[in-house]
Design a protein around this ligand. Structure first.
Ligand code: ZN
Ligand code: ZN
Length: 166
């Protein structure tokens, strides 16, 4: 992501302005949910000059590429996330604030990474009642049950053997 030059704000306490964010991010995601590196994240950030540095707040939006945890189908889903973070000249070691660049640049990348990262689902579903894949043939059960081999699922056959041997 490209840093936003905020030298004008740092030299004018109390001043504020809107900065448009429209930028891509690399390597944000998990195996099942990610922001593709060619897909931009958009937002309007209100930048306010405060004593410690610059307060950045606004709403970020974009879309995620997901893979259904049950049927493995890929799909896109839009997301929106609110941010409100302080970028400071001299960060305290244990504080959550983000550092301003020494040249007066505000790099939104880590803030975006943290905020959007929290929106990534651990177990995305293509729809809440996704039925997943057939354990026998791997077919998509959302397209209909496979008649014929449901009765002969080897796991059930093995269990039946356990009970009848007794
Ligand atoms: Zn699914
Ligand atoms: Zn099947």
């Amino acid at each position: 992501m490209h840093p936003i030059d905020v030298r004008d704000l740092l030299s004018s306490p109390g001043a504020s302005r809107i900065a448009a964010l429209h930028d891509t991010i690399d390597g944000l995601g998990t195996e099942l949910a990610s922001i593709p590196p060619d897909r931009p994240i958009d937002g309007d950030l209100l930048l306010e000059s405060v004593v410690e540095g610059v307060l950045a707040s606004g709403r970020l939006s974009g879309s995620m590429r997901m893979r259904c945890a049950r049927c493995l189908k890929e799909f896109d889903r839009a997301f929106e996330v609110e941010v409100s973070e302080l970028f400071v000249r001299a960060p305290e070691p244990d504080a959550d604030d983000y550092p301003l660049g020494p040249d007066g640049g505000l790099d939104p990348e880590q803030m975006v990474r943290d905020a959007v990262g929290l929106e990534l689902p651990f177990s995305p579903l293509c729809r809440p009642d996704c039925r997943g894949l057939c354990p026998v043939c791997g077919g998509d059960r959302n397209l209909g049950e496979c008649p014929g081999h449901v009765e002969t699922d080897p796991r059930w056959a093995a269990l039946e053997g356990l009970f009848t041997d007794d």
